[in-house]
Design a protein around this ligand. Structure first.
Ligand SMILES: [Zn+2]
Length: 214
């Protein structure tokens, strides 16, 4: 009791009373927040379905792409140009696969919409999703270089330093303007064009790297 500087029994009871009321407030607070949590987690099936439906109405999907007025659409990224968030994109409607998303500057895309303009569809990146950087995209690029010992190791460790996952890598020799050069085809998982640009900038700084092709 001395520790708390309480000198009389009255004061002691007062002190206990004070403590109690503070404790009561705390308990009420915890109770309230628990109830709130419970309310959030016990959505009825109808509510969950409604939420899903609302999401669908916005035309959103896991690819991070928004298409006005279209629900449940099959979307895939064109292999010819593998668009990344940040690239300008366009969609092409195909009978079998749904919508294929290309980069706006993809020559294939241009050829296709020239042939059948009615199949072009407006698509755009879902900015919210891009900002949270939840999505990862498989992306392949090619590094052209003069062969020398360790160059591959340097590229791989550079990519690893950027905390980017490599999913495949293969290299082959080609002739370029009479010289033998090596092309290294690298597939990575990446979140956005900005991330790619940053990485490529650093790869180009490596000795004996000639160019990088998307
Ligand atoms: Zn394309």
């Amino acid at each position: 009791m001395e520790k708390n500087n309480i000198s009389s029994l009255d004061e002691f009871y007062f002190y206990i009373g004070e403590k109690r009321s503070r404790l009561d407030i705390l308990v009420t607070k915890i109770k309230n927040s628990l109830e709130k949590e419970r309310a959030a987690s016990t959505l009825t099936i109808e509510e969950v379905l409604k939420k899903k439906e609302e999401k669908k109405k916005e035309g959103k999907n896991d690819f991070g792409i928004v298409i006005d007025g279209i629900n449940n659409t099959l979307i895939r990224f064109a292999k010819c140009c593998t668009p990344l968030p940040g690239d300008e994109i366009g969609g092409f409607v195909t009978k079998l696969t749904g919508i294929t998303v290309h980069r706006k500057d993809c020559p294939n895309f241009h050829a296709m919409i020239e042939k059948d303009p009615s199949r072009e569809i407006l698509v755009k990146w879902d900015e919210n999703l891009i900002e949270t950087k939840m999505n990862k995209y498989n992306f392949t690029f090619t590094v052209v270089l003069n062969d020398r010992p360790n160059i591959l190791m340097e590229i791989v460790s550079l990519i690893a330093n950027h905390k980017i996952n490599i999913t495949s890598l293969n290299s082959y020799e080609v002739k370029k303007d009479g010289d033998r050069v090596v092309k290294v085809k690298i597939s990575i998982e990446i979140k956005a064009k900005t991330e790619y640009d940053y990485l490529i900038n650093n790869i180009l700084k490596l000795k004996d790297v000639i160019s990088v092709e998307r």
